[in-house]
Design a protein around this ligand. Structure first.
Ligand SMILES: Nc1ncnc2c1ncn2[C@@H]1O[C@H](COP(=O)(O)OP(=O)(O)OP(=O)(O)O)[C@@H](O)[C@H]1O
Ligand SMILES: [Mg+2]
Length: 503
């Protein structure tokens, strides 16, 4: 190993990396260099190959060709342990936590601080150190809580704490912000700047270009598994990046088409759940998009789950077409025509081991069955239709969903609910992890649903999306609705003010 001027060496250099899966060339001769103290953004459409490139770096996937160079030497990375030993840490897009261990145990998994007696863990030290790491991120979180009891955003913070608490020379963050709102994002960015100052190289993957402009020094764009460009951030505009990503001009990002608004379909009256929801009242009309804004933990997801029958509530009622209905379970909700497109595609949306085709038709088997037999031809036709409408990138409808890229999995969740003919659809972060081009397709779809008279509740942390796509907006804070207004009269500043508890 050379010792001269180490700081001028890249912390990592990937050269000519190629990787194919059956029917897919995921990477084709891609190169990437990360300098010490650099934040290098990696961007590209869903399925462009970002996660695959990083899984290869982290030893989670073998490559077909190419070299990885650290401090001037070619290194062999034949597994995750080896990558870790080399100082490569990764925050996976699909979390990698052990649900029944608590946050501290996950953070220190495999390197628990030893007690004086060999073979025993010094738990007090582990909890203390884990709490320090978490506090440094500025999140409220009990490190003794089992991970499966934490919210998605909190789990994401545990994943971040886990990757950043060990000494690393390069840290890969694969869409760390997808589940976070402003507050957590500020904590994450502060941490990134600290790591940067310590000379750590960071690869930052995100579909939110504002973040890229805020945090990155350089940007690499991938398209269809190929390296398209690498530039200093100052040399690029937002439109430049989008053009490089999609290979064409993209105009008008949020094409809201107002639909005729009819009678009330869904009404929620006095809905309360101890410590979670306080006296929620809202109405959704036919053809209306009701945006729900608020911070992580403000009760938005809990509200969606209560309406969908996934969680019980203590008081209040739900009315459909003016009549009270009983929604005790998701089955009840589906039968009544209420659907929930979840933010957590892994736990609630998809059966990862099943094919695209089966997942799409799962929630509405009746529509493709006769005398309890599935009409295979009809099922294939429907799945194929959604794959092309939504631009789901997959070699075929028979592909197992877990083999799709993150954004394409999210599109399968959407297809599944679109196929149910719901009268009310609740979207919880519908464009999380979806690339800029495909977002427009999803907005178009929401417009189409509204035009058909579906009532839509759209929960989103992306304010431009809430403002652009909604007819009316409600803002939640600490389990309450603290503001309601027509979207045409709302501004980002107003919403943030209400969401953070301002009057
Ligand atoms: N285990 C696998 N088996 C088969 N195909 C795979 C597998 N993993 C990824 N692919 C395919 O490789 C391509 C690149 O996927 P990758 O996950 O790297 O995309 P990405 O750029 O991270 O996209 P996203 O923004 O949606 O996360 C996609 O076409 C995907 O379907
Ligand atoms: Mg990915």
């Amino acid at each position: 190993m050379s010792t001269a001027a180490p700081s001028t060496h890249p912390v990592i250099e990937m050269r000519g990396i190629s990787k194919s899966y059956p029917g897919v060339r995921a990477l084709d001769g891609v190169s990437l260099t990360v300098m010490p103290g650099e934040v290098h953004a990696l961007v590209g459409e869903n399925g462009a190959g970002k996660s695959t490139l990083m899984k290869i770096l982290a030893g989670a996937q073998p490559r077909d060709a190419g070299d990885i160079i650290m401090r001037g030497d070619v290194v062999t990375i034949d597994g995750p342990q080896r990558a870790m030993d080399l100082g490569i840490s990764i925050i996976y897009q699909e979390f990698n936590l052990v649900p029944y261990l608590n946050a501290a145990e996950n953070i220190f998994l495999g390197r628990e601080p030893g007690a004086r007696i060999p073979g025993f863990v010094d738990f007090r030290r582990m909890y203390r150190e884990a709490q320090e790491v978490v506090d440094r991120l500025g999140v409220k979180l009990d490190v003794r809580a089992p991970v499966h009891t934490l919210s998605i955003a909190q789990q994401q913070m545990v994943e971040i704490a886990k990757a950043t608490s060990r000494k690393s020379s390069v840290i890969v963050m694969d869409e760390p912000s997808a589940t976070l709102t402003e507050h957590e994002l500020v904590g994450l960015f502060k941490l990134i700047r600290q790591l940067q100052a310590e000379g750590v190289g960071i690869v930052y993957i995100s579909h939110r270009l504002e973040e890229v402009f805020e945090i990155a020094d350089r940007v690499t764009v991938l398209r269809d598994g190929r390296h398209i460009a690498t530039h200093g951030i100052a040399e690029l505009t937002r439109d430049d990046i989008i053009r490089l990503m999609v290979g064409r001009e993209l105009t008008q990002m949020i094409p809201k088409v107002p639909a005729p608004i009819g009678d009330a379909i869904l009404e929620v009256q006095g809905l309360s759940r101890r410590n979670v929801l306080q006296d929620i009242n809202l109405t959704v009309r036919k053809g209306e998009v009701l945006g729900v804004a608020g911070l992580v933990g403000s009760g938005r997801t809990e509200l969606a789950r209560a309406i969908f029958g996934a969680d019980r509530f203590d008081a209040g009622q739900i009315l459909l077409d003016g009549k009270p209905v009983r929604v005790r379970s998701p089955q009840d909700a589906i039968r009544l025509g209420i659907g929930l497109v979840t933010e957590d595609r892994k736990a609630q949306g998809l059966v990862l081991g099943m094919a695209v085709r089966e997942n799409v038709t799962l929630a509405n088997l009746a529509a493709i069955s006769r005398f309890n037999f599935i009409m295979a031809g009809r099922e294939r036709g429907i799945a194929q239709g959604y794959v092309s409408d939504l631009g789901i990138r997959t070699p075929s409808i028979e592909q197992t969903v877990q083999n799709l890229s993150g954004g394409n999995q999210q599109k399968v969740v959407l297809a599944k609910w679109l196929f149910t003919d719901s009268r009310v659809l609740i979207f919880d972060e519908p464009t999380r992890g979806i690339d800029v081009g495909a977002k427009t397709e999803i907005y178009q779809l929401i417009n189409d649903l509204a035009a058909k008279g579906v009532g839509i509740i759209m929960i989103s942390s992306e304010l431009p999306e809430v403002l652009g796509m909604s007819d009316r907006i409600v803002v939640m804070h600490e389990g309450r609705i603290v503001g309601a207004m027509p979207a045409s009269e709302a501004t980002q500043v107003d919403i943030m003010h209400l969401a953070t508890g301002g009057k």
